[in-house]
Design a protein around this ligand. Structure first.
Ligand SMILES: [Zn+2]
Length: 274
């Protein structure tokens, strides 16, 4: 079962959570939550997290090992890749899933680059997600107020052959408060026309009941990062400020890992078991 592609998980679940890993403790918490609930999920390593660690292989290999040892199906995904060499390295390492981010390119260039990544991915059994770039938009599909049109979604998917499509429907990256307002109507319209799973980025800023409604409207992969990092960091802050003599990182990281796990269990029960 263990290490699978995102499409394998979506064969048996109506939606999948894709959770960003920064430290090894994140991955341990996520996979443990997956086993507690008996649901598969996606471990994501973003290009930014790779830059932070200085290279892909050390943490990437650890994620692959953690997935391989899991009783529940786990995909290991490269998130927001803009660098084609990094894509190649992830594929070579054994990642089963990736997102190519061509949102800074114009539509035609995004289509041709994405299509090349899709061909590379498919030749290696890798599930490929992409997003539609917004001309002039600084943050692509994640800029507040930007929405993907049904026509763009249909033509982009058809021309690139992507397996998953990230759409802009009102969420935005790195929100620490739940103030986003999703366009559920637009999600349903796109889901009716696009034959592959739709992906929601920036889900941390979306109220829980709207995430449930988004899944009902047709979102199948939900990316969550900021909200979980908030839980992780708040736990560490609490531990350190409650005991100024604490020096063993396992004490505060172990506690934050447990709180992260509980948070993810809660989300898996809310969204993926219905
Ligand atoms: Zn994203």
């Amino acid at each position: 079962m263990p290490l699978v592609s995102t499409s394998n998980i979506l064969e048996t679940q109506n939606c999948v959570l894709a959770l960003n890993v920064v430290t090894l403790e994140h991955a341990e918490a996520f996979v443990s939550a997956s086993q507690i609930t008996g649901t598969g999920l996606v471990l994501q390593l973003s290009e930014n997290a790779v830059k932070y660690h200085g290279s892909l292989a050390p943490l990437g290999s650890a994620l692959l090992q953690i997935a391989a040892a899991s009783a529940t199906p786990i995909a290991v995904h490269l998130d927001h890749a803009t660098n084609r060499e990094l894509v190649t390295e992830a594929v070579r390492l054994g990642f089963t899933s990736l997102m190519f981010d061509g949102s800074n390119l114009d539509f035609e260039q995004n289509v041709s680059e994405t299509r090349a990544v899709v061909e590379q991915g498919h030749a290696n059994g890798v599930w490929v997600e992409a997003e539609i770039g917004e001309i002039g938009g600084k943050d692509g599909v994640h800029a507040p107020g930007v929405k993907t049109s049904v026509e763009d979604a249909v033509s982009f998917q058809r021309e690139t052959g992507v397996d998953g499509l990230a759409i802009a429907v009102g969420s935005s990256h790195a929100m620490v408060e739940k103030q986003a307002n999703l366009d559920l109507q637009r999600i349903s319209e796109i889901a009716a026309q696009v034959p592959v799973p739709l992906v929601l980025h920036g889900s941390s800023g979306v109220p829980r009941e709207q995430l449930v409604a988004a899944v009902e409207a047709g979102i199948r992969k939900i990316n969550i990062s900021t909200e979980l990092n908030k839980t992780f960091t708040e736990s560490i802050r609490r531990s350190l400020s409650s005991d100024s003599a604490m020096v063993d990182p396992r004490k505060y990281l172990g506690q934050s890992r447990a709180e992260l796990e509980a948070h993810v269990v809660d989300y898996l029960l809310l969204l993926c078991i219905r």
